[in-house]
Design a protein around this ligand. Structure first.
Ligand code: FDA
Length: 309
């Protein structure tokens, strides 16, 4: 119930205006976001990679309906990739791109605009020696996102996909994408979805996650297991051993600011762990989804709202 309310608020312009301009504690945003500038993104990337973690950087923003904004976001990714390359960080740093931030939501030829922009980002990433992963947004965009992924993989086969285990279709999508070298991030899914397309119970989402994990592990894909769930991490570890996977033939992924001790424990155990690291000024939608995932985060947020620290 609370989750639905927060997710509805994440797309409400009036609430966004109030929250985004409230005298909110910087600590709340800072817990989940590297900072507002590319300098912040590069600085935190360096700190994390020095600790043995890999990163995937997200220039915050989504649902753009303005072509100039979509082009500016594309340019921001180019700048970021140039900076990462210049600082010798691309071995451990890739980027994550939301297609709705680079034009997918534009009326008319949005899909083509997003494809062109994503291709531009992939070319710069490729030249810098790194990769791009296409974040997955709500279910109305899944077909379009997977179509763009297929196009991009013709020239940039290492482009990463994201699949969400809460969607009923995802096990079949996993089978389509489970081929050698195919980089697939598997997550539970963070949007409010109708029962017609998504499993309503957490148990069914978890069971779907395990089925999808098996498909990706069995078929030589490169699974990127994006979860903080201790039970799923234990199952992934057992499945990797069962399928005879070497460490490094799959990776774990977690969000910046969530379970950092567990991130370091996995690194110490020899696992590859990539931290999803957002930066930029458009943090509202991202922050609201993080609050929706965990009621305790709402308490943290409200405390910060009143403390103004
Ligand atoms: P679950 O929500 O059951 O949480 C398990 C435990 O993890 C909790 O009990 C808590 O301890 C901890 N935890 C989880 N979320 C937390 C939070 N926000 N704050 C504090 N603790 C938390 N989704 C999507 O739809 N499209 C996408 O492209 C991506 N991309 C993505 C990348 C990466 C690297 C990650 C880790 C996640 C995503 N997600 C995503 C989000 C994902 O779908 C999901 O909403 C969250 O990861 C939470 O699900 P868990 O698997 O962690 O389980």
């Amino acid at each position: 119930m609370l989750r639905s309310v927060i997710l509805a608020a994440s797309r409400n312009a009036g609430i966004k205006k109030v929250v985004a301009t409230a005298p909110i504690s910087r600590n709340v945003v800072r817990r989940f976001v590297a900072g507002e500038s590319v300098d912040d993104a590069v600085r935190v990337s360096r700190e994390l990679t020095e600790q043995g973690l890999a990163v995937s950087l997200d220039h915050l923003g989504e649902d753009t309906t303005d072509l100039a904004h979509a082009s500016a976001t594309t340019k921001a990714y180019r700048t970021l990739l140039d900076r990462l390359a210049g600082e010798g960080l691309t071995a451990g740093a890739e980027v994550s791109v939301k297609l709705s931030a680079v034009g997918q939501a534009l009326p008319g030829d949005g899909e083509k605009v997003a494809l062109d922009h994503a291709r531009e980002i992939c070319a710069v990433a490729d030249a810098a020696g790194t990769t791009v992963t296409l974040d997955m947004e709500d279910h109305t965009t899944t077909d379009s996102t997977l179509a763009i992924l297929r196009e991009l993989r013709r020239d940039f086969p290492r482009t990463g996909a994201v699949l969400q285990s809460y969607l009923r279709r995802t096990e079949a999508d996993c089978r389509d994408l489970a081929y050698p070298g195919s980089r697939v991030r598997l997550c539970k899914g963070a949007y409010e979805e109708p029962e017609s397309v998504a499993y309503p119970s957490a148990r069914d989402v978890d069971l779907s996650y395990v089925r999808c994990l098996n498909v990706l592990m069995a078929d030589d894909a490169y699974p990127m297991l994006a979860t903080h769930d201790p039970r799923l991490i234990a199952i992934a570890d057992e499945r990797a051993r069962w399928y005879g996977r070497d460490r490094g033939s799959y990776e774990y992924q977690m969000l910046y600011g969530v379970r950092p001790v567990e991130q370091r424990r996995l690194v110490a155990a020899g696992e590859t762990v990539r931290v999803y690291l957002p930066y930029g000024t458009e943090w509202y939608g991202y922050l609201m989804r993080r609050l929706a995932e965990r009621p305790a985060n709402v308490t943290f947020f409200l405390r910060a709202l009143v403390s103004r620290s």
